[in-house]
Design a protein around this ligand. Structure first.
Ligand code: PSV
Ligand code: MN
Length: 430
């Protein structure tokens, strides 16, 4: 089932196809001079997929205000419609990452069937013990999996186990656990005892993982707790993942580190110790800003992909990270931002494939710092847009996704079909 008429896509492409073919050919010749095969790169671009966060389809906001957009999805079925549009426009987002209980439904088989009709699968089930839900018996005000009260911990454990069960009905294969637990005052929380309580709760969840599932732990330095968080950084994260066992890995959200931290090196360490579970891609300038991926630091994103492609190149054992976006769209149409971001992440991947690994290793071994860095920079500086556009065309997608999306009038139609609903679930909160 298609959300955007393929005749519209074809008509839009028609006027641009000749120029794309010329650009593609010229780029192919340029790449061939350095031994690169443009066709192989285009196939790699077609194969690249990144999951869309269901909650990202709503307009985001800050703790000061939220300015809702027109035609926001009000429930998971409408979010799925938007995810289908994002996939049809980007041709690189064939999976959705849900958040429970925001996306909880009474009939999961109906949800599964609907997603299948759009050609979408489910990846990375997110549990939510950082908010209190309506009619929830015990509060998470002072934490969840690490709470001092065992009854609160049990409630949070039970929710995570329920998430696994719901995820199984959707044929997902991993649970992502991010908790808001932490403290706002020095002395408020005993660091070691809180971490011990967290680990013993996580052991109970880990014990319920199906054989083919993984559990991904997401660290975050601050917010909602502003003095300390229980899983503050990748150190606490990998310690917990190692304690819990091989099915538990770390998830790297790009916005969850202190400014200037070398995230690509963290990625390398996690790869080396088989603990890289996945990513939440986004960009930021100050903290967990959740800006569009690659909008501020495209070079950092490329350097992360340099590590990922290197692991692929070396056939690093057990390397299969889950790629997901996690962004907040406060001033843009979330569909447009997610389409653009997926393509920007795909761009980083294709550029990282251009690096001549053997040459790079040689420069490294010879301590030729400048040539090593230029090997990366030259790949980054090449415009691979014709490859990305050609990959979309071959998958029946648009050459210019935003132009085609706007021409479709989808948002205007959604605005008519979806009047604002104050009971909407999880609109854009990140
Ligand atoms: C927390 O900031 C986070 O990055 C986690 O992934 C949450 O699940 C998501 O945002 C939505 O609140
Ligand atoms: Mn995240």
């Amino acid at each position: 089932m298609k959300m955007i008429d393929s005749a519209l896509i074809e008509a839009q492409n028609q006027s641009q196809l000749k120029h794309l073919e010329q650009d593609y050919q010229a780029l192919g010749e340029k790449l061939a001079r350095s031994g690169q095969d443009i066709e192989a790169l285009t196939k790699a671009a077609q194969a690249f997929q990144i999951a869309v966060p269901s909650w990202g389809t709503g307009t985001g906001g800050t703790r000061f205000a939220r300015f809702p957009g027109e035609g926001e999805p009000r429930n998971i079925f409408e979010k799925l419609e938007d995810c289908a549009v994002i996939n049809e426009m980007s041709c690189s987002t064939n999976a959705v990452s849900p958040h429970f209980p925001w996306d909880k439904v009474s009939d999961f088989s109906e949800l599964k069937q609907t997603s299948e009709a759009y050609g979408l699968s489910w990846m990375g089930i997110n549990s939510n013990t950082f908010q209190d839900q309506k009619n929830q018996p015990l509060s998470y005000k002072y934490g969840s999996l690490s709470h001092t009260d065992p009854a609160v911990r049990e409630q949070a454990i039970a929710h995570n186990i329920e998430c696994i069960k719901w995820g199984q009905t959707l044929d997902a294969k991993s649970l992502t656990v991010w908790i808001g637990d932490g403290s706002n005052h020095p002395g408020q929380s005993h660091f070691q005892r809180a971490f011990e309580r967290y680990l013993s709760s996580m052991e109970k969840i880990y014990a319920e993982l199906p054989a083919d599932w993984e559990m991904h732990i997401e660290h975050k330095m601050f917010e909602p707790a502003f003095y300390s968080t229980v899983i503050q950084d990748w150190g606490s994260n990998i310690l917990a993942a190692q304690h819990l066992g091989p099915k538990c890995k770390s998830l790297v959200d790009l916005g969850h580190h202190a400014p200037n931290v070398n995230i690509e090196m963290i990625v390398s360490r996690l790869i080396q110790f088989k603990k890289l579970g996945g990513f939440h891609f986004n960009d930021s300038k100050y903290g967990d800003d959740d800006l569009d991926s690659g909008s501020l630091h495209p070079y950092q994103q490329f350097l992360i992909f340099n590590e990922l492609v290197d692991a692929e190149h070396r056939n690093q054992e057990g390397f299969a990270p889950a790629y997901m976006l996690d962004q907040s769209h406060n001033v843009t149409d979330p569909i447009e931002s997610l389409v653009n971001s997926a393509i920007e992440v795909q761009r980083s991947y294709i550029k990282a494939l251009l690096i001549d690994r053997n040459k790079l290793y040689q420069y490294q071994d010879e301590n030729d710092a400048l040539m090593a860095s230029l090997e990366l920079k030259n790949a980054f500086n090449l415009d691979v847009s014709p490859i990305l556009a050609m990959a979309r065309v071959r998958d029946g997608g648009p050459i210019n996704p935003l132009q085609t999306y706007r021409a479709s009038g989808y948002r205007q139609q959604a605005a008519e079909k979806r009047p604002a609903d104050k009971n909407a679930t999880g609109s854009g909160i990140v």
